[in-house]
Design a protein around this ligand. Sequence first.
Ligand code: NAD
Length: 489
Amino acid sequence: MSHITVTAPASGEIISEVPIFTTDQVTDAFDRSRRAQKKWAASPVSERREILLRYHDLVLERQDELLDVIQKESGKSRISAHEEILDNAITARHYANRAAALLRPKRAKATLPVLTTTHVEHAPIGAVGMISPWNYPLVLAISDAIAAIMAGNTVVLKPDSNTPLTALKAAELLTEAGLPDDVFQVTPGPGSQVGQAIAEQCDFLMFTGSTATGRKLAAIAGERLIGFSAELGGKNPLIVAPDADIARAARGAIRACFSNSGQLCISIERIYVHRDVADQFTREFVDNVKAMRVGPGNDWALDMGSLISAEHHETVSEFVEDAKAQGARVLTGGESLGGNFYAPTVLTDVPPTARVYREEVFGPVVYIQVVDSLDEAVEQANDTDYGLNASIWATPSTGRALASRIEAGTVNVNDGYMAAWASMHAPMGGWKTSGVGRRHSDHGLLKFTEARTVAVQRFMPPTGPEWMDRKQFAGLAAGAFKVAKRILP
Ligand code: NAD
């Protein structure tokens, strides 16, 4: 097999044949990447900033073109694809404008003030390897790359084989924005071949995908002792408190559960609703789900598109059939809509033995469970091996108090996921088996750097004046330390 056949999931039509990289070609890509990185790292941050800001503009100016490519190869609705445009623009703006401050050497407090002056520098790591999934082919291929590139690294990216065209299109736009050759390279191919070769050759590995693959790649990174960051799966809970605006919660839960047909790592698959408001919430939520518009095409009015493939459609269907066979009730959906389209589905009375109860479906399937107290809701929400995202619908004060008890990287109060995702100054990532490291925030760029501490010593060594008797110095140091313990950090 030397080509990936890219198929439109919504229609089954073959869109393109994309050449697969051989292992030797990946090695060649890393050779070129390392050569390009030396020059790129030497370029002023202000120059990199201008390129990324031009990319920001191009993404917005050419959004229709990009939206068409994203939608065609992923099957998602226009509105879900548009989230990707916004994300790339926000990320490019954020890191373009933030990088200079982050990369500037910073003074660090020294243990011996006056005698020692310490600075921390951040140097790029080198050629960063990235492996991305199919569900957000623009966001997950490009946004972390933007941070790595602004920090002075080069990137070799393997996009998922379902969706290589978006990454290739974005690479064209980066070149058009002025990014020099080989700073960002796209090497399509299967995970077992190209993904593996990237993991074995890169200087830092950034992975987004399933927890199962994340574990395998973490083992390689561990063996090689390279930096590793992973954004993995989730089984995200949503809590509806009795003081919530129920109509708003029932509307907001639609996007929280069914954006991108639920094929979103941070989308909601479990709802815990307080008994006092359970009937009203369930009725209004299910009515809203029934009103959703599902179908193919680029009409902005459509709420949901298709699933990524026939195989994934089968997986989603199996989850629902298993739950039904074990006594779960289908409140709406629970069936295929033909082709790769699956109805947005709400279940209830799901027994803990059903696979959907704990496992990530990664599809348009959510279940509702009624709880008698908010303590029970928190306990249920945290009863998972995952810890990626959570959503709480409540008054802001109740929401904030509950949020602090949730074991997840992001908690959105009166929103599903977007509020935290778009908070670029704050970290985004998973607790427990949902990930290692964070994207967004200062850390999202600094993780692609090595820290170098430079300490300049003046007047005498840190171990005291050379003329001083060693025992005398030990006594002096003990006295000075006691005085300093409540003054110096
Ligand atoms: P996946 O792990 O099967 O594939 C992701 C990428 O890894 C693909 O490019 C694939 O080709 C590659 N890959 C697979 N096996 C590999 C191997 N052995 N070596 C190297 N590369 C390999 O994941 P998927 O099913 O495509 O994506 C869905 C999963 O990703 C879900 O679990 C979802 O929650 C998760 N996800 C997480 C985030 C996040 O930010 N936390 C975002 C999107 C998706």
